[in-house]
Design a binder for this molecule. Structure first.
Ligand code: UDP
Length: 403
């Protein structure tokens, strides 16, 4: 039995049949994805799933990874930060390494890439490959996974010179894109319902994980899972909790998350959060190491309400994860969260801690609403934000670009 059969149990056989129908139009084509790492990060995570599922559908799909030295990755990291708005100038010497590394990779990859019908180039790292594969036959697509809506202009201008020659680009959300002289497509991210972070967990396991952290699984609980980052507004969450606690005295709050390896602010924000939370035994601040997927799963499942009170956010995966677990989400009224939470139906969009507290109070007061919204949230994710929808979008995209 293939993997797709397991998804059929969750999304329904008609969804899987639709994938087979679409793929029948793509039977004789060769597809290659190229990125810069086999492990780690969201892009590798998604390709790890999408490539085998496409193969299972009978589409000849390969995944190639470019290699580079430390200077290359130093350059692409700076580029990544600059594209997200940091005013970082990249020295010419490093840009030379960037281009030469792509030229070297092209020597090995070109024969296959030039023959492929569709080539997906993920993110900026392998973007110059197109220039070094002049005899290309198929369509080349730049798949951008980051928010480049407000880039540092000189760096975007440099990269744009490589991107403009592609046949199309794909972004997560319209808000993340830049104007380009070719068609732009939107494919929002997804979660995998069969992953360690999202698969079903028995209540006993959820409870045992709560107890391991000395948290009472029986009390009303609100949870925010996030890196300790100011944009996630953990202090605003504590304020909302305190305001709501006046009406729900047994309320407890879990703030769980780690930090990004490249973010020096994590420790400072964590210290601030601990300081503000100190003295309240019902606030649980859990600093989680990487690979805590099962713990995150349990923490989200044990919650009554999920918060994601970000003040700036792209597409917040934690929002989708919480909704998939049948929880209403109170999310910051910003970025992709606006697309993920249907206000008053699957949760609430809020602008302030006071607004969040009001909604927490409301949901605990009207428990039936809490349940109903949670069910709607799960259904909304089932229809729109699971990996099967993501795969369908890729297939539809390929059909539209090839025919
Ligand atoms: N996450 C994690 N460990 C942490 C904090 C978050 O594994 O300590 C996960 C979380 O469950 C989600 C992802 O990392 O899957 C974060 O994605 P999101 O889009 O919510 O926020 P980002 O961190 O990318 O801004």
């Amino acid at each position: 039995m293939g993997k797709l059969e397991f998804y059929a149990d969750i999304v329904g056989h008609d969804v899987i049949d639709h994938l087979y129908q679409l793929s029948s139009l793509l039977k004789n084509i060769k597809v290659i994805h190229v990125n810069s790492t086999r492990k780690g990060g969201g892009v590798a995570e998604i390709l790890e799933k999408l490539v085998p599922l496409s193969q299972e559908l009978g589409i000849d799909t390969k995944w190639e990874v470019i290699t580079g030295n430390e200077r290359f990755f130093h350059c692409t990291k700076s580029m990544h930060n600059a594209l997200q708005g940091n005013p970082l100038d990249i020295p010419n010497g490093l840009l030379k390494v960037y281009e030469e590394t792509n030229a070297q990779n092209a020597e090995k990859l070109c024969p296959a890439l030039e023959e492929a019908d569709v080539v997906f180039i993920h993110d900026p790292q392998p973007a110059p490959l197109l220039k070094f594969c002049p005899k290309r036959k198929g369509k080349w697509v730049w798949r951008c996974h980051i928010d480049i809506s407000r880039p540092y202009r000189p760096v975007w201008k440099y990269l744009r010179d490589f991107i403009k020659d592609y046949d199309a680009s794909i972004f997560h959300l319209a808000d993340f894109a830049q104007p380009l002289p070719h068609p732009l497509y939107l494919i929002p991210p997804s979660i995998d319902p069969l992953s360690e972070k999202n698969k079903e967990l028995e209540e006993e396991k959820v409870h045992s994980i709560y107890e391991k952290f000395n948290i009472n699984p029986e009390l009303p609980t609100i949870v925010q899972v996030s890196r300790f980052d100011r944009f996630k507004d953990p202090l605003g969450v504590i304020r909302a909790y305190r305001l709501a606690k006046e009406f729900i005295p047994s309320l407890q709050l879990i703030l769980a998350g780690g930090g990004a390896a490249d973010d020096p602010e994590t420790e400072i924000v964590l210290a601030e959060v601990k300081e503000v939370a100190s003295g309240d035994p019902n606030i649980h601040v859990l600093f989680l190491p990487p690979g805590s997927d099962r713990i995150i799963n349990a923490i989200q499942r044990g919650a009554d309400i999920i918060l994601q009170k970000s003040i700036r956010e792209g597409f917040g995966l934690t929002v989708t994860e919480g909704m998939w677990k049948g929880k209403p989400v109170i999310g910051g009224n910003t970025g992709g969260i606006r697309l993920q939470v249907i206000n008053h139906h699957t949760g609430f969009l809020v602008n302030t801690p006071e607004g969040a507290a009001l909604r927490i109070h409301y949901l605990f007061h009207y428990r039936d609403q809490l349940q109903t919204m949670g069910k709607k949230a799960r259904e909304f994710v089932r229809r729109n934000f699971l990996i099967t929808r993501h795969l369908r979008d890729y297939l539809t995209f390929m059909v539209s670009i090839i025919y």
